[in-house]
Design a protein around this ligand. Sequence first.
Ligand SMILES: C[S@@+](CC[C@H](N)C(=O)[O-])C[C@H]1O[C@@H](n2cnc3c(N)ncnc32)[C@H](O)[C@@H]1O
Length: 442
Amino acid sequence: MRKRYGRAGRSRRRKQNQTLASVHGVNLSQELGYIELRRWLKQRGFWDLYLLPAHFSDTGRGLMITKSLKAGNLIISLPVKCLLTTWTVLGSYMGEYIKRWKPQVSPLLALCAFLISERHFGNKSLWKPYIDVLPKTYTCPVYFPEGILNLFPGPLCRNAQEQRSTVQELYISSQPFFLSLQSLFGERVKDIFTHDALRWAWCSINTRTVYMKHPQSEFLSREPDVYALAPYLDLLNHSPGVEVTAAFNEKSQCYEIRTGRDCRRYEQVFICYGPHDNQRLLLEYGFIAGGNPHSVVYIDRDVLQSCLLKEDKQTAQKLSFLMENNFLENLTFGLDGPSWRLLTTLKLLCLGPNEFSCWKKVLLGASVSSENEKMSLNLAECLCCYLMDDNNKAMQKISHRRCNKLDEFKDYLDLVESLRREERRILESSLETLKNLRSAIS
Ligand SMILES: C[S@@+](CC[C@H](N)C(=O)[O-])C[C@H]1O[C@@H](n2cnc3c(N)ncnc32)[C@H](O)[C@@H]1O
Protein backbone atom coordinates (compact mmCIF):
# COMPACT_ATOMS: atom_id res chain seq x y z
CA MET A 1 0.00 0.00 0.00
CA ARG A 2 1.27 3.50 -0.80
CA LYS A 3 2.27 5.58 2.16
CA ARG A 4 0.29 8.83 2.64
CA TYR A 5 2.27 12.04 3.10
CA GLY A 6 1.25 15.49 4.39
CA ARG A 7 1.86 18.57 2.18
CA ALA A 8 5.32 19.15 3.67
CA GLY A 9 6.13 15.46 3.31
CA ARG A 10 4.96 15.42 -0.33
CA SER A 11 7.03 18.48 -1.14
CA ARG A 12 10.08 16.93 0.59
CA ARG A 13 9.57 13.68 -1.35
CA ARG A 14 9.19 15.60 -4.64
CA LYS A 15 12.45 17.45 -3.96
CA GLN A 16 14.19 14.16 -3.06
CA ASN A 17 12.94 12.57 -6.30
CA GLN A 18 14.13 15.56 -8.32
CA THR A 19 17.57 15.31 -6.72
CA LEU A 20 17.66 11.57 -7.39
CA ALA A 21 16.65 12.06 -11.03
CA SER A 22 19.29 14.74 -11.48
CA VAL A 23 22.02 12.67 -9.83
CA HIS A 24 21.09 9.13 -10.79
CA GLY A 25 19.02 9.62 -13.91
CA VAL A 26 16.48 7.37 -15.57
CA ASN A 27 18.09 4.42 -17.32
CA LEU A 28 17.37 4.47 -21.08
CA SER A 29 19.35 1.38 -22.05
CA GLN A 30 16.19 -0.72 -22.57
CA GLU A 31 14.82 1.64 -25.22
CA LEU A 32 14.98 0.17 -28.70
CA GLY A 33 17.22 2.93 -30.11
CA TYR A 34 19.94 2.26 -27.53
CA ILE A 35 19.59 -1.51 -27.77
CA GLU A 36 20.19 -1.20 -31.52
CA LEU A 37 23.07 1.24 -31.02
CA ARG A 38 24.80 -0.99 -28.47
CA ARG A 39 24.35 -4.05 -30.70
CA TRP A 40 25.82 -2.15 -33.65
CA LEU A 41 28.77 -0.94 -31.54
CA LYS A 42 29.38 -4.49 -30.32
CA GLN A 43 29.73 -5.63 -33.94
CA ARG A 44 32.41 -2.97 -34.29
CA GLY A 45 34.32 -4.09 -31.22
CA PHE A 46 32.87 -1.88 -28.48
CA TRP A 47 31.03 -3.29 -25.51
CA ASP A 48 30.58 -1.63 -22.16
CA LEU A 49 28.45 -3.09 -19.41
CA TYR A 50 28.96 -0.25 -17.00
CA LEU A 51 28.20 2.88 -19.00
CA LEU A 52 24.49 3.31 -19.66
CA PRO A 53 22.49 6.01 -21.43
CA ALA A 54 20.21 7.79 -18.99
CA HIS A 55 18.01 10.86 -18.76
CA PHE A 56 18.97 13.38 -16.06
CA SER A 57 16.52 16.08 -15.05
CA ASP A 58 19.12 18.86 -15.04
CA THR A 59 21.29 18.03 -18.06
CA GLY A 60 19.04 15.87 -20.25
CA ARG A 61 20.47 12.73 -21.83
CA GLY A 62 23.89 11.63 -20.64
CA LEU A 63 25.85 8.56 -19.52
CA MET A 64 25.57 6.91 -16.10
CA ILE A 65 28.28 4.67 -14.68
CA THR A 66 27.15 1.57 -12.81
CA LYS A 67 30.47 0.90 -11.08
CA SER A 68 32.70 3.33 -9.24
CA LEU A 69 35.79 4.66 -10.97
CA LYS A 70 39.11 5.76 -9.48
CA ALA A 71 41.09 8.71 -10.81
CA GLY A 72 43.06 7.54 -13.85
CA ASN A 73 40.54 4.80 -14.80
CA LEU A 74 39.19 4.60 -18.33
CA ILE A 75 35.70 6.04 -18.74
CA ILE A 76 35.41 4.81 -22.31
CA SER A 77 37.60 3.33 -25.02
CA LEU A 78 36.00 3.46 -28.44
CA PRO A 79 37.61 1.49 -31.29
CA VAL A 80 38.54 3.37 -34.46
CA LYS A 81 35.97 1.28 -36.38
CA CYS A 82 33.20 3.09 -34.51
CA LEU A 83 34.47 6.59 -35.36
CA LEU A 84 33.04 8.60 -38.22
CA THR A 85 35.77 10.74 -39.77
CA THR A 86 36.69 12.11 -43.20
CA TRP A 87 38.43 8.74 -43.75
CA THR A 88 35.05 7.07 -43.41
CA VAL A 89 33.56 9.51 -45.91
CA LEU A 90 36.40 9.22 -48.44
CA GLY A 91 36.19 5.41 -48.20
CA SER A 92 32.42 5.43 -48.79
CA TYR A 93 30.18 5.66 -51.90
CA MET A 94 30.61 9.46 -51.61
CA GLY A 95 34.41 9.27 -51.73
CA GLU A 96 34.72 9.17 -55.54
CA TYR A 97 32.52 12.26 -55.87
CA ILE A 98 34.58 14.17 -53.31
CA LYS A 99 37.87 13.10 -54.89
CA ARG A 100 36.72 14.35 -58.29
CA TRP A 101 35.31 17.67 -57.07
CA LYS A 102 37.22 20.93 -57.66
CA PRO A 103 37.73 23.17 -55.75
CA GLN A 104 38.23 20.59 -53.01
CA VAL A 105 35.54 20.44 -50.35
CA SER A 106 36.46 21.15 -46.73
CA PRO A 107 36.65 18.31 -44.17
CA LEU A 108 33.63 19.88 -42.45
CA LEU A 109 31.54 19.92 -45.62
CA ALA A 110 32.50 16.31 -46.45
CA LEU A 111 31.24 15.22 -43.03
CA CYS A 112 28.06 17.32 -43.29
CA ALA A 113 27.23 15.90 -46.72
CA PHE A 114 27.79 12.34 -45.51
CA LEU A 115 25.60 12.80 -42.42
CA ILE A 116 22.78 14.29 -44.50
CA SER A 117 23.05 11.50 -47.03
CA GLU A 118 23.10 8.73 -44.37
CA ARG A 119 20.08 10.25 -42.64
CA HIS A 120 18.31 10.31 -45.98
CA PHE A 121 19.11 6.62 -46.69
CA GLY A 122 17.35 5.60 -43.43
CA ASN A 123 17.11 1.81 -43.19
CA LYS A 124 19.73 1.37 -45.89
CA SER A 125 22.34 3.38 -43.97
CA LEU A 126 25.23 1.52 -42.34
CA TRP A 127 25.18 4.22 -39.67
CA LYS A 128 21.44 4.04 -38.99
CA PRO A 129 21.62 3.06 -35.28
CA TYR A 130 23.85 6.08 -34.68
CA ILE A 131 21.87 8.53 -36.81
CA ASP A 132 18.65 7.41 -35.07
CA VAL A 133 19.86 8.55 -31.65
CA LEU A 134 21.25 11.89 -32.79
CA PRO A 135 19.15 14.86 -31.67
CA LYS A 136 16.57 15.89 -34.28
CA THR A 137 17.15 19.55 -33.54
CA TYR A 138 19.59 21.75 -31.61
CA THR A 139 19.52 24.85 -29.43
CA CYS A 140 22.59 26.60 -30.87
CA PRO A 141 21.92 30.19 -32.00
CA VAL A 142 21.59 29.11 -35.65
CA TYR A 143 18.31 27.50 -34.56
CA PHE A 144 17.07 30.52 -32.57
CA PRO A 145 14.17 32.55 -33.96
CA GLU A 146 15.48 35.96 -35.12
CA GLY A 147 13.39 37.94 -32.58
CA ILE A 148 14.93 36.10 -29.64
CA LEU A 149 18.56 36.65 -30.66
CA ASN A 150 18.12 40.33 -29.73
CA LEU A 151 17.65 39.28 -26.12
CA PHE A 152 21.24 38.01 -25.98
CA PRO A 153 23.94 40.27 -24.53
CA GLY A 154 25.50 42.37 -27.33
CA PRO A 155 28.72 40.38 -27.97
CA LEU A 156 26.87 37.05 -28.05
CA CYS A 157 24.21 38.51 -30.33
CA ARG A 158 26.92 39.44 -32.84
CA ASN A 159 28.57 36.00 -32.63
CA ALA A 160 25.17 34.38 -33.04
CA GLN A 161 24.47 36.41 -36.20
CA GLU A 162 27.89 35.39 -37.48
CA GLN A 163 27.06 31.72 -36.86
CA ARG A 164 23.86 32.07 -38.87
CA SER A 165 25.74 33.72 -41.72
CA THR A 166 28.42 30.99 -41.65
CA VAL A 167 25.81 28.26 -42.11
CA GLN A 168 23.90 30.27 -44.70
CA GLU A 169 27.07 30.94 -46.72
CA LEU A 170 28.14 27.30 -46.49
CA TYR A 171 24.71 26.29 -47.78
CA ILE A 172 24.89 28.65 -50.73
CA SER A 173 28.51 27.93 -51.65
CA SER A 174 27.96 24.14 -51.43
CA GLN A 175 25.10 24.04 -53.95
CA PRO A 176 27.26 23.03 -56.95
CA PHE A 177 28.91 20.24 -54.93
CA PHE A 178 25.54 18.94 -53.70
CA LEU A 179 24.27 18.95 -57.30
CA SER A 180 27.29 16.86 -58.32
CA LEU A 181 26.00 14.09 -56.01
CA GLN A 182 22.71 13.75 -57.92
CA SER A 183 23.43 10.30 -59.39
CA LEU A 184 23.65 8.84 -55.87
CA PHE A 185 20.00 9.61 -55.19
CA GLY A 186 16.63 8.85 -56.71
CA GLU A 187 15.23 12.16 -55.49
CA ARG A 188 16.27 15.68 -56.38
CA VAL A 189 19.33 16.61 -54.30
CA LYS A 190 17.77 20.04 -53.75
CA ASP A 191 15.13 18.30 -51.62
CA ILE A 192 17.70 16.32 -49.64
CA PHE A 193 20.48 18.87 -49.06
CA THR A 194 18.20 21.61 -47.77
CA HIS A 195 19.26 24.49 -45.56
CA ASP A 196 17.56 22.76 -42.67
CA ALA A 197 19.47 19.52 -43.30
CA LEU A 198 22.80 21.36 -43.49
CA ARG A 199 22.02 23.25 -40.28
CA TRP A 200 21.30 19.94 -38.53
CA ALA A 201 24.48 18.29 -39.82
CA TRP A 202 26.59 21.37 -39.01
CA CYS A 203 25.29 21.43 -35.43
CA SER A 204 25.72 17.66 -35.06
CA ILE A 205 29.39 18.10 -35.92
CA ASN A 206 29.90 21.33 -33.98
CA THR A 207 28.35 20.05 -30.76
CA ARG A 208 29.37 16.39 -30.82
CA THR A 209 32.75 15.76 -32.42
CA VAL A 210 35.88 15.01 -30.47
CA TYR A 211 39.20 16.53 -31.48
CA MET A 212 41.25 14.10 -33.56
CA LYS A 213 43.91 15.39 -35.94
CA HIS A 214 44.03 13.55 -39.25
CA PRO A 215 46.83 13.72 -41.81
CA GLN A 216 46.05 16.18 -44.58
CA SER A 217 44.17 14.44 -47.40
CA GLU A 218 45.07 15.41 -50.96
CA PHE A 219 41.35 15.29 -51.79
CA LEU A 220 40.19 17.80 -49.20
CA SER A 221 40.83 21.53 -48.81
CA ARG A 222 43.43 22.69 -46.31
CA GLU A 223 41.06 23.63 -43.49
CA PRO A 224 41.93 21.68 -40.33
CA ASP A 225 40.71 18.09 -40.40
CA VAL A 226 40.23 17.56 -36.68
CA TYR A 227 36.77 16.06 -36.33
CA ALA A 228 35.65 12.60 -35.27
CA LEU A 229 32.06 11.70 -34.54
CA ALA A 230 32.21 9.19 -31.72
CA PRO A 231 28.94 7.28 -31.23
CA TYR A 232 28.00 6.60 -27.58
CA LEU A 233 31.03 8.55 -26.31
CA ASP A 234 29.25 11.64 -27.60
CA LEU A 235 26.52 11.09 -25.02
CA LEU A 236 28.90 12.43 -22.35
CA ASN A 237 27.81 15.80 -21.00
CA HIS A 238 30.00 18.69 -19.90
CA SER A 239 30.81 19.84 -16.41
CA PRO A 240 33.22 22.78 -16.02
CA GLY A 241 34.77 21.36 -12.86
CA VAL A 242 35.85 17.90 -13.99
CA GLU A 243 39.24 16.85 -15.26
CA VAL A 244 39.68 14.19 -17.90
CA THR A 245 42.31 13.20 -20.41
CA ALA A 246 41.06 12.40 -23.88
CA ALA A 247 42.99 11.34 -26.97
CA PHE A 248 43.25 8.74 -29.68
CA ASN A 249 45.58 5.96 -28.53
CA GLU A 250 47.66 4.85 -31.53
CA LYS A 251 48.65 1.63 -29.78
CA SER A 252 45.15 0.42 -28.90
CA GLN A 253 43.61 2.17 -31.95
CA CYS A 254 40.87 3.46 -29.65
CA TYR A 255 39.68 6.93 -28.66
CA GLU A 256 40.13 6.91 -24.91
CA ILE A 257 38.86 9.11 -22.09
CA ARG A 258 40.23 8.74 -18.57
CA THR A 259 38.74 10.34 -15.48
CA GLY A 260 40.90 12.69 -13.43
CA ARG A 261 38.89 12.06 -10.27
CA ASP A 262 36.90 9.32 -8.58
CA CYS A 263 33.35 8.76 -9.94
CA ARG A 264 30.58 7.33 -7.85
CA ARG A 265 28.48 4.36 -8.94
CA TYR A 266 25.08 5.18 -10.55
CA GLU A 267 25.99 8.82 -11.10
CA GLN A 268 26.34 10.72 -14.34
CA VAL A 269 29.88 10.76 -15.74
CA PHE A 270 30.92 14.14 -17.10
CA ILE A 271 33.77 15.28 -19.23
CA CYS A 272 34.98 18.84 -19.74
CA TYR A 273 34.61 20.38 -23.21
CA GLY A 274 37.09 23.11 -22.22
CA PRO A 275 37.25 26.11 -19.85
CA HIS A 276 34.39 27.85 -21.70
CA ASP A 277 32.29 30.67 -20.30
CA ASN A 278 28.51 30.46 -20.66
CA GLN A 279 28.32 32.66 -23.78
CA ARG A 280 30.73 30.28 -25.52
CA LEU A 281 28.83 27.21 -24.32
CA LEU A 282 25.58 28.66 -25.64
CA LEU A 283 27.14 29.64 -28.94
CA GLU A 284 28.98 26.39 -29.63
CA TYR A 285 26.91 23.80 -27.78
CA GLY A 286 23.48 25.34 -27.18
CA PHE A 287 23.41 25.16 -23.38
CA ILE A 288 24.72 26.96 -20.33
CA ALA A 289 26.24 25.48 -17.17
CA GLY A 290 24.77 26.84 -13.93
CA GLY A 291 27.42 28.11 -11.50
CA ASN A 292 30.08 27.99 -14.25
CA PRO A 293 33.31 29.29 -12.64
CA HIS A 294 34.61 30.42 -16.07
CA SER A 295 31.65 32.66 -16.75
CA VAL A 296 32.11 36.36 -17.28
CA VAL A 297 30.14 39.34 -18.55
CA TYR A 298 31.70 40.96 -21.61
CA ILE A 299 31.86 44.72 -22.13
CA ASP A 300 31.30 46.02 -25.62
CA ARG A 301 33.34 48.92 -26.92
CA ASP A 302 30.21 51.04 -27.43
CA VAL A 303 29.09 50.34 -23.85
CA LEU A 304 32.49 51.49 -22.64
CA GLN A 305 32.26 54.62 -24.74
CA SER A 306 28.77 55.49 -23.54
CA CYS A 307 29.96 55.29 -19.91
CA LEU A 308 32.90 57.62 -20.38
CA LEU A 309 31.65 60.75 -18.70
CA LYS A 310 33.31 63.43 -20.75
CA GLU A 311 34.62 62.48 -24.13
CA ASP A 312 37.39 64.92 -25.02
CA LYS A 313 40.22 64.89 -27.51
CA GLN A 314 42.41 63.02 -25.06
CA THR A 315 39.82 60.28 -24.52
CA ALA A 316 39.63 59.73 -28.27
CA GLN A 317 43.45 59.46 -28.38
CA LYS A 318 43.51 57.05 -25.46
CA LEU A 319 40.79 54.91 -27.03
CA SER A 320 42.68 54.62 -30.29
CA PHE A 321 45.90 53.77 -28.39
CA LEU A 322 44.02 51.05 -26.47
CA MET A 323 42.42 49.74 -29.64
CA GLU A 324 45.76 49.56 -31.49
CA ASN A 325 47.18 47.56 -28.60
CA ASN A 326 44.19 45.22 -28.46
CA PHE A 327 43.18 46.44 -25.03
CA LEU A 328 39.52 46.92 -25.91
CA GLU A 329 39.00 43.17 -26.52
CA ASN A 330 37.91 40.73 -23.82
CA LEU A 331 37.05 43.28 -21.16
CA THR A 332 35.07 41.41 -18.54
CA PHE A 333 33.45 41.31 -15.13
CA GLY A 334 33.71 38.01 -13.30
CA LEU A 335 32.41 36.72 -9.99
CA ASP A 336 35.47 38.22 -8.33
CA GLY A 337 34.97 41.65 -9.90
CA PRO A 338 36.49 43.45 -12.89
CA SER A 339 39.26 41.55 -14.66
CA TRP A 340 42.84 42.85 -14.49
CA ARG A 341 42.55 43.76 -18.15
CA LEU A 342 39.39 45.79 -17.57
CA LEU A 343 40.79 47.63 -14.54
CA THR A 344 44.03 48.42 -16.37
CA THR A 345 42.11 49.75 -19.37
CA LEU A 346 39.95 51.92 -17.11
CA LYS A 347 43.01 53.24 -15.26
CA LEU A 348 44.59 54.18 -18.60
CA LEU A 349 41.40 55.92 -19.67
CA CYS A 350 41.25 57.85 -16.39
CA LEU A 351 44.82 59.17 -16.47
CA GLY A 352 44.80 62.95 -16.03
CA PRO A 353 46.59 65.21 -18.57
CA ASN A 354 49.70 65.40 -16.36
CA GLU A 355 49.68 61.63 -15.68
CA PHE A 356 49.68 60.50 -19.28
CA SER A 357 53.40 59.73 -19.24
CA CYS A 358 52.80 57.16 -16.45
CA TRP A 359 50.97 54.66 -18.67
CA LYS A 360 53.79 52.10 -18.34
CA LYS A 361 53.39 52.22 -14.58
CA VAL A 362 49.71 51.35 -15.01
CA LEU A 363 50.57 48.39 -17.24
CA LEU A 364 52.96 47.14 -14.53
CA GLY A 365 50.10 47.23 -12.04
CA ALA A 366 51.43 50.15 -9.95
CA SER A 367 49.19 52.92 -8.64
CA VAL A 368 49.60 56.30 -10.34
CA SER A 369 47.51 58.42 -7.99
CA SER A 370 44.60 57.95 -5.61
CA GLU A 371 42.51 60.14 -7.93
CA ASN A 372 43.21 57.74 -10.81
CA GLU A 373 42.30 54.74 -8.62
CA LYS A 374 39.03 56.38 -7.54
CA MET A 375 38.02 57.47 -11.02
CA SER A 376 38.67 54.05 -12.55
CA LEU A 377 36.62 52.32 -9.85
CA ASN A 378 33.79 54.84 -10.43
CA LEU A 379 33.92 54.07 -14.13
CA ALA A 380 33.87 50.33 -13.43
CA GLU A 381 30.82 50.83 -11.23
CA CYS A 382 29.12 52.88 -13.91
CA LEU A 383 29.77 50.10 -16.45
CA CYS A 384 28.46 47.48 -14.05
CA CYS A 385 25.26 49.47 -13.46
CA TYR A 386 24.81 50.02 -17.19
CA LEU A 387 25.08 46.27 -17.82
CA MET A 388 22.76 45.53 -14.92
CA ASP A 389 20.21 47.89 -16.44
CA ASP A 390 20.59 46.20 -19.83
CA ASN A 391 20.12 42.85 -18.09
CA ASN A 392 16.92 44.03 -16.33
CA LYS A 393 15.48 45.31 -19.60
CA ALA A 394 16.21 41.99 -21.32
CA MET A 395 14.57 40.10 -18.43
CA GLN A 396 11.46 42.28 -18.77
CA LYS A 397 11.30 41.58 -22.50
CA ILE A 398 11.66 37.85 -21.81
CA SER A 399 8.75 37.83 -19.38
CA HIS A 400 6.74 39.94 -21.81
CA ARG A 401 7.41 37.33 -24.52
CA ARG A 402 6.26 34.59 -22.19
CA CYS A 403 2.99 36.46 -21.53
CA ASN A 404 2.42 36.48 -25.28
CA LYS A 405 2.15 32.68 -25.01
CA LEU A 406 4.79 32.02 -27.65
CA ASP A 407 5.17 28.49 -26.33
CA GLU A 408 7.01 27.30 -29.40
CA PHE A 409 9.87 29.55 -28.28
CA LYS A 410 9.90 28.32 -24.68
CA ASP A 411 13.22 26.39 -24.85
CA TYR A 412 14.98 29.35 -26.42
CA LEU A 413 13.53 31.82 -23.91
CA ASP A 414 14.50 29.50 -21.04
CA LEU A 415 18.07 29.46 -22.30
CA VAL A 416 18.39 33.24 -22.69
CA GLU A 417 16.79 33.71 -19.30
CA SER A 418 19.24 31.31 -17.62
CA LEU A 419 22.15 33.08 -19.27
CA ARG A 420 20.87 36.49 -18.22
CA ARG A 421 20.25 35.24 -14.66
CA GLU A 422 23.83 33.91 -14.42
CA GLU A 423 25.15 37.21 -15.77
CA ARG A 424 23.13 39.17 -13.24
CA ARG A 425 24.70 37.08 -10.45
CA ILE A 426 28.14 37.99 -11.79
CA LEU A 427 27.28 41.70 -12.03
CA GLU A 428 25.84 41.77 -8.48
CA SER A 429 28.95 40.11 -7.15
CA SER A 430 31.17 42.53 -9.12
CA LEU A 431 29.29 45.53 -7.73
CA GLU A 432 29.91 44.24 -4.22
CA THR A 433 33.63 43.79 -4.95
CA LEU A 434 33.82 47.31 -6.39
CA LYS A 435 32.15 48.73 -3.28
CA ASN A 436 34.74 46.99 -1.08
CA LEU A 437 37.61 48.23 -3.25
CA ARG A 438 36.30 51.78 -3.06
CA SER A 439 35.91 51.75 0.68
CA ALA A 440 39.43 50.32 0.99
CA ILE A 441 40.96 53.34 -0.78
CA SER A 442 38.77 56.09 0.68
C1 LIG B 1 28.31 15.74 -26.86
S1 LIG B 1 26.64 16.03 -26.63
C2 LIG B 1 26.32 15.29 -25.08
C3 LIG B 1 25.07 14.41 -25.09
C4 LIG B 1 23.76 15.08 -25.29
N1 LIG B 1 23.21 15.51 -24.02
C5 LIG B 1 22.77 14.19 -25.99
O1 LIG B 1 21.67 13.97 -25.49
O2 LIG B 1 23.05 13.75 -27.08
C6 LIG B 1 26.69 17.74 -26.32
C7 LIG B 1 25.35 18.36 -26.05
O3 LIG B 1 24.84 17.93 -24.82
C8 LIG B 1 24.18 18.98 -24.14
N2 LIG B 1 24.92 19.20 -22.87
C9 LIG B 1 26.18 18.86 -22.57
N3 LIG B 1 26.50 19.15 -21.30
C10 LIG B 1 25.40 19.71 -20.77
C11 LIG B 1 25.09 20.23 -19.48
N4 LIG B 1 25.97 20.26 -18.49
N5 LIG B 1 23.84 20.72 -19.28
C12 LIG B 1 22.92 20.72 -20.27
N6 LIG B 1 23.16 20.24 -21.52
C13 LIG B 1 24.37 19.73 -21.76
C14 LIG B 1 24.24 20.17 -25.06
O4 LIG B 1 23.06 20.21 -25.80
C15 LIG B 1 25.40 19.86 -25.96
O5 LIG B 1 25.30 20.44 -27.24
